[in-house]
Design a protein around this ligand. Structure first.
Ligand code: NAD
Length: 365
């Protein structure tokens, strides 16, 4: 028998659903609603399990609590192979899932896109549910606030500014590098460059561009759009992508792959501050080792909360201006609180962040 693990925080509800006509099979795990309605994306993969969904729902409980949002944690999964079904079949499955979610959505659960789900899928989901509050990540014509506006990268930028202040550095004088030049990396690099920080390294799947005297952001964006890779910039040196972890910079921003920095790599790291824009760029153990070496690491769920904050603004019917305002306010406040707590108690920022999230969830009960 399949069982998920329960503890004092949750999960509160595990619902498995099936529809014979479309072949839809899925589940939702509502982990904890102490702070508000359960929030979390729908993942569609052939291998998704209720256990995986439960773990992701718990991660959402901490993420929303730490972001300071009136949202609880939840997640859902649909077992289907996106590559093996037609668009019509996919629509049938998503609509059947939405109908099956009606007893809990939007009253106890608010959905969003996750793997193999995007705006159009959220359109089907919201239409079938009948309420615009049933999910976020909707198309703009339904009141959606697209991630392309850069909410996450904007938040990562603010986390970097607060971390630099905390370390006693003037952000206009720091050097920085960005791993990954996609949605998160581009906006983080843009706002930091505009603030006057010097971009000296940037990578994408093709490699790493290193230029000690600084990379011009506007030129870099143009090169990436026209030539497909940051490595085509035309000056500076091109290195292997993984060399970004040993660049001598003040701030390293991760914005691409998981497990970028492994346990055995900690000796190579020269950055004084690492801001985790990507999810799990290193294990908690590696973070702890870096912390002991004196590297200030802003954990992923603190630094990259801009996306979920943007979802909240969409949920309450706000505008893109509201979104930028709230991302700035929340990410700055939360990063500051986490770093100050960590310093005061001599713990790593991740330990401090977990403590804050747990306290908020327990207090909300
Ligand atoms: P994206 O697909 O827009 O961009 C990813 C970038 O990483 C691309 O430039 C790609 O070329 C580059 N890349 C791929 N492999 C690489 C490698 N080995 N080395 C260096 N660069 C490599 O993705 P994104 O939306 O920017 O997300 C990046 C990370 O941030 C992911 O871990 C994601 O889970 C996390 N994240 C994203 C959001 C969001 O709102 N987009 C929110 C929270 C967390």
């Amino acid at each position: 028998m399949r069982m998920v693990n329960f503890d004092r925080f949750g999960p509160e509800k595990v619902l498995e659903v099936h529809d014979g006509k479309s072949g839809m099979h899925g589940f939702v795990v509502i982990d904890n609603r102490n702070l508000g309605v359960g929030k979390g994306g729908i993942r569609m993969t052939p291998t998704v399990t209720v256990d995986e969904v439960a773990r992701l729902a718990r991660a959402m409980t901490w993420k929303c609590a730490l972001a300071g949002l009136p949202f609880g944690g939840a997640k859902s999964g649909i077992v289907a192979d996106d590559k093996k079904i037609s668009r019509e079949q996919k629509e049938g499955i998503v609509r059947a899932f939405s109908r099956a979610m009606k007893p809990v959505c939007p009253s106890l659960y608010v959905a969003a896109p996750d793997m193999n789900m995007a705006e159009e899928e959220m359109r089907w989901f919201a239409e079938e549910n009948g309420s615009m509050k049933s999910c976020t990540g909707k198309p703009a014509d339904m009141g959606g606030i697209p991630h392309e506006l850069g909410s996450t990268g904007f938040g990562v930028y603010h986390a970097a500014v607060v971390a630099a202040e905390h370390a006693g550095l003037d952000i206009r004088k720091v050097t920085f590098a960005v791993e990954g030049f996609g949605n998160v990396g581009i906006f983080a690099a843009k706002f930091l460059s505009e603030k006057g920080a010097k971009l000296v390294g940037v990578s994408d799947s093709k490699g790493l561009l290193h230029k000690k005297d600084g990379i011009d952001f506007a030129e870099l964006e143009k090169v990436k759009a026209e030539k497909g890779s940051v490595t085509k910039y035309g000056s500076g040196e091109v290195l292997l992508g993984k060399d970004i972890i040993s660049l001598p910079v003040d701030v390293l921003i991760t914005a691409a792959i998981p497990d970028l920095i492994k346990k055995e790599d900690t000796g190579k790291v020269k950055a004084g501050i690492i801001v985790e824009g990507s999810n799990i760029p290193m294990s908690a153990e590696t973070e702890e080792l870096l912390h002991r070496k004196g590297v200030l690491v802003v954990p992923d769920f603190v630094a990259n909360a801009g996306g979920v904050i943007s979802s909240y603004v969409e949920y309450i019917g706000g505008t893109k201006e509201d979104m930028f305002r709230l991302v700035e306010k929340k990410v700055r406040e939360n990063t500051k609180e986490v770093l100050e707590r960590a310093k005061k108690h001599g713990m790593s920022p991740r330990q401090a962040a977990m403590k804050i999230a747990q306290e908020r969830v327990a207090k909300g009960a």
